[in-house]
Design a protein around this ligand. Structure first.
Ligand SMILES: C[S@@+](CC[C@H](N)C(=O)[O-])C[C@H]1O[C@@H](n2cnc3c(N)ncnc32)[C@H](O)[C@@H]1O
Length: 252
């Protein structure tokens, strides 16, 4: 489903060993599957964008994303945007494990809450006149609505041909009882490390927002579509079990 030969290397030996020794319960296996599926879904959309002529890829809130080290497209420029302290930490990790710096990669430190994406990207050499594809995985739920709309609004005003893919957390009132319990559990866990979830969407409301911000073509997919598309026929039982997170793909 998603082959990332750099994943274990970039997290380092200690973290890799801890990951391997952890018991893999149903909830954590579903959560892990969602992380792999969202990257597969987004990189499939990137491939479509590249085939339509896009030559700029922006990874928003990149964390330890490794696409830049796996980039198979010779003409594609990659921009990694992240919270400055996280990006600094990643750059140190990359240096420590000897992964080097791909020529096509540019780092752009930006705090979505206090800076604009436009400023940070343009300062890093991004060309706003050329189409670009953006991924934004595992980030929107940590932001304020203002920061979310400011960044998506910037992408929505760019030249047509590009777009954005992101995952989002579903508003509690749209979840079933078991999903609410799982959400509360997860919310407590992330809040306890100082990064609380704060942004949730109802599907219809998100679609309205995306259209208002300039996107013409939307796809919003959840557990059932993703299980059918990427996880059908597996013999190891790996599948998405809850509906807390969904994926939005929006094209300009
Ligand atoms: C859960 S990680 C996701 C990493 C990666 N995209 C992935 O799919 O695994 C969340 C990322 O969002 C970034 N982030 C959170 N709040 C941010 C903000 N206000 N400005 C910029 N980045 C932010 C963090 O620095 C981190 O890299």
């Amino acid at each position: 489903m998603f082959d990332d030969p750099f994943a274990m290397r970039i997290i380092g030996q200690d973290a890799a060993a801890a990951t391997e020794s952890k018991a893999d319960g149903r909830v954590s296996s579903s959560f892990r599957a969602f992380m792999a599926v969202r990257s597969r879904y987004s990189e499939d959309e990137l491939a479509t964008a590249v085939s339509r002529g896009v030559r700029q890829y922006v990874v928003l809130g990149a964390g330890l994303d490794t696409f830049a080290w796996r980039n198979p497209y010779p003409e594609l420029r990659v921009f990694e945007v992240d919270f400055p302290a996280t990006q600094h930490w990643k750059r140190q990790r990359v240096a420590n494990v000897g992964m080097g710096h791909p020529e096509s990669l540019t780092f752009a430190p930006v705090d979505f809450e206090s800076q604009t994406l436009a400023e940070g990207l343009i300062a890093a050499g991004f060309d706003p006149q050329e189409p670009a594809y953006f991924s934004w995985l595992g980030v929107t739920m940590y932001l304020t609505r203002e920061a979310f709309e400011s960044s998506v609004g910037f992408i929505g005003k760019l030249t047509s041909g590009g777009g954005v893919t992101f995952d989002y957390a579903v508003e509690r009132s749209e979840l079933g009882i078991f999903e609410r319990v799982a959400l509360d559990h997860l919310a407590r866990k992330v809040a306890s490390v100082g990064e609380p979830f704060q942004l949730f969407f109802r599907q219809a409301e998100l679609a309205d927002t995306m259209r208002r911000l300039g996107f013409a073509e939307l796809e919003d997919v959840g557990r059932d579509e993703l299980n059918t598309r990427y996880l059908a026929g597996r013999t190891d039982g790996l599948k998405l079990r809850g509906g807390i997170g969904r994926l939005m793909r929006a094209r300009r």
